[in-house]
Structures are given as C-alpha cells and as structure tokens.
Design a binder for this molecule. Sequence first.
Ligand code: FAD
Ligand code: 2HG
Ligand code: ZN
Length: 475
Amino acid sequence: MSQNKHPEFLQSLRTIVGATNVLTEGDLSAWERDWRKREHGRALAVVRPGNTDEVARVVQACAAAQISLVPQGGNTGMVVGSTPDTSGNQVLLSLTRMNRIRQLDAANLTVTVEAGCVLQALQEACEAAGFLYPLSMASEGSCTVGGNLGTNAGGTQVVRYGNTRELCLGLEVVSAAGEVWNGLSGLRKDNTGYDLRHLFIGSEGTLGVITAATMKLFPMPKAMMTAFASVPSLDAAVTLLGLAHQHLSAGLTGFEVMSAFALRLVRKHFPQLNVPFASDDPFCVVLEVSDHDSETHARTLLESLLEEALQSGCVLDAVVAGNITQARALWHIRESIPLAQAQEGLNIKHDISIAVSRIPDFVRETDAAIQKAFPGARMVNYGHLGDGNLHYNVQAPEGADAEAFLRDQEKPMNALVYAQVDRYNGSISAEHGIGSLKREKLAEHKSPVALGMMRAIKQALDPQNLMNPGRVLKL
Ligand code: FAD
Ligand code: 2HG
Ligand code: ZN
C-alpha cells in the first residue's frame, strides 16, 4: 500500500465516502487476498461507499483519474475475480456497507435489496416475513447479493428455482461513466428492447457496479424433507435423479452427489459431523423434497421414491432426516466438502457442466486419463448433479507438496479436463465464473464469434477499461 500515490485522488474519495471508509493502512488482506489463497493483490485503497450516490461519485472520480476499480462483496469467489492486482493502483470498491433491504412486496412476491446484503441475512429476513428466498450455498454466511449477481451464482437449489439470473427481475447499476441506471421495476413481463439486466448478471464487475436488485420470492413450503443415500455408481445416481423427477416433479428442490473420497476428506477434517454409512460405496447423494401440503405428504413421497430406488438397486442404503436439525446436519456434510478440501491443502478445481445423461461416461473416461497422466492424483468429485454441474476437483497425491503440484500440474491437468469437457459439449465454468483464473481458458474454449460480441459489449459499456480490467476477457 502506498500512501504517496495519488494523494489528491484519495482526498477526493475521502470527501465522498468519509475518511473512515477509505482504508489505505494496516492489514487489508481480507480484501486483498482471495478465498482460495491463490493471489494476494495490493490496493491503492479499499473504499466503502454507503449508498448508490456515493458509488456513482466514486466511479466518476475513478473515471476522471483513469484509475480502475474492482467491485467486491463477500470476497468468497472461487476464480480470483474480486481482489485487486498487484500494481497497488486499483481501487477496491467494497459494497458491504450497502446492506439494506429496501422493500419486500408481498403481493408482487419480490424483494428489493442492496448489493452488499449478505445472502443469509436476506434469506432470514424473507423467512421472517413468511417467504422463501431460495438461493442457497455454503458461503451464504459471507457472500453478498451483488456477488451472487456478479457471478450468476448457482448453489444447491438450482434444480428447482434456477440460478441467480433466473431469480432476478431488475437491477440498479452504476455504469462505468458513473451514471445510475434504475432498472428496479420488479416486472415479470417487460419486452421493451434489450434486457440490460442480463448483461450485468454474470459480468463479474467488468461492465458496471450493481448497487441493488429486485429478486423473486416464493411461498415457504409447508415441509422440507432431506435424505442421504448411498449409490453403487454415478450411473445409479443419474437413474435416481430421473426417478426423483418422476416422483417429486417440482417438489425436488435439491440433488447433490458426493464421491467416497470427498466424504472421506469430510470425515478426516470434521470428524464431529457423523457422515452416514462408514462403508466406501462409490457415491452418496443428498436429496431434498419440498412440499406445500404437509410433512406427512412429503415423507410419503420421499419414502415411496426411496422404496422404488432400493428395489431397483440404484440406491444401496438411505437415511431420512427425522427433523430440521437432522436435515441441516446432512446438508452440512455436503457443504463442508470445499472446506475439507481447503484443509487438505491447495487443490485444482474444475467447476464444469455436462448434460446429466453423459456425466457417468465423462467421469469414467476422464478419471482413467488423469490416473494415467498424473498417477496418484486424488479425485474429489462432487456437486450439483441435478444441474449437470460437477466440482471435478483434484487434490495432490497423498504426501505430495500441494504447492508444487499446483505450480507444475495445474496447466496440464486443466488442459486434459477441459479438452474432455469440449468433447462432451460441456462448459468450463458452470457457476463460479471466469475471473482471472480462467481468463486464458475462456479464450481457448469459447467461440471467436461469441468472444467478439463479448468484447464489443465491454468496449461499448466500459470504453476506458476501468471496470475490473483483466477479468473475464483478455482485451
Ligand atoms: P465476491 O467474491 O466479492 O465477488 C465475485 C465477483 O463478483 C467478482 O468478480 C466481483 O468483482 C463481482 N462483484 C461483487 N459484487 C459486485 C457488485 N456489487 N457489482 C458488480 N460486480 C460485483 N458459488 C456458487 O455458484 N455455488 C455454490 O454452491 C458455491 N459454494 C461456495 C462455497 C464456499 C465454501 C465458497 C467459499 C464459495 C462458494 N461459491 C459458490 C462461490 C461464491 O461464494 C459465489 O460466487 C458468490 O456468489 C460470491 O459472492 P461474493 O459476495 O463473495 O462475491
Ligand atoms: C460447492 O458447491 C461450491 O460446494 C464450491 O461451489 C465448490 O470448492 C469447490 O470446488
Ligand atoms: Zn457448487
């Protein structure tokens, strides 16, 4: 951090947001280092605006001084997109002071909320008013609505409610020129030309700063029932998913898969969590049913599904949570996998999507190719099977130096896995985004026509390239 750089500019920021909200000294690693500890950048200043007008004035000041900025919410992103580069010349714009729920419109089934609101705080406020805000993920205690929109986050309820994009009806955005676009209409129908909100959702802060959003709400289900089942193979997990769709239809609200090794890491690092089935069946599934009738009805549906699955052999064993505490405990096991991986050491992540029907073949083939090319590499395969989204992650061989593994093997490992993803017509980023970690890969795997249109949009909306430059696109 250099306090000698740009003194007049920093003074203008202090005038806009107040001196206590322009941080230039002390330990700023909470803002400067990414969650995975992949990069540690250096900011000119961490700036914490308190309202949309302040964001607009900060962006105007940056534009006038030709200083780029990086929007940040909870800094839980997985692809190094929310931290500054190492130049010490970027403003880190933290939205976390803007955390108000502006309006909950019960009749319209919408909530309008500021970008810095923590996801869990939003879920809880909606629940207190009798509504469900369904976006859910393990980082919900820290990630923010702005970050969810910036990355078009997915999570564990997408199979029923869709990802963040599908939940969003309108946005308020500060453009790269520092103008405020108020698109918080809350309309479910509005065909008046290009739907601008979709440009900003998933743009990872490269087109503008999202300051507020109007999001969809749902009636709170009367009952939610969770089961944890072991399955003999990924093919069986896919068969079970098909059965679950048939039995539960829109009542199926979660369907996650976890490999035996992923669960072994949870047992090792969080022994207090009581992972069911000590045996080493190849995969387990967490599935959830939500019901608008009654708990009895939900249980009957779930038990009839599991009965058929046990009889057909696609489920080997199953437990059904008896109450909400047990259900949370089962979900907690699944949600602890990324943390168990982090405890085990630095690892290579592949957040990929492939048509559900092709996932078993993909995994069979790719597992074999990896073991041939990287003997001993430990596959940590889990994820949102209901959405065709795997976290096809790789941990260094037992006892190996994880840092060296990452340094030497990440590139060839990515090349192998992403070539397979291409063969299977999949995506190299299902829900985490591109950030800087996958920027080069995007250029290799996206069509030149698509990349050309993306660059044209970036150029039109951010001609000075000041909004999170170097993320998503290589210009
Ligand atoms: P940040 O990390 O702060 O930012 C992410 C990106 O959005 C950056 O590019 C940033 O510049 C941009 N951004 C942030 N705020 C704004 C804004 N106001 N305007 C414009 N751009 C903005 N992700 C999933 O999709 N599904 C999961 O299941 C999931 N589980 C996770 C579990 C764990 C344990 C962890 C650590 C992460 C997980 N993530 C998951 C990744 C991450 O939590 C999500 O991407 C989340 O949406 C990021 O929110 P954030 O507020 O932390 O954003
Ligand atoms: C999850 O689904 C997150 O748990 C994190 O998306 C995935 O750490 C990962 O690879
Ligand atoms: Zn995920």
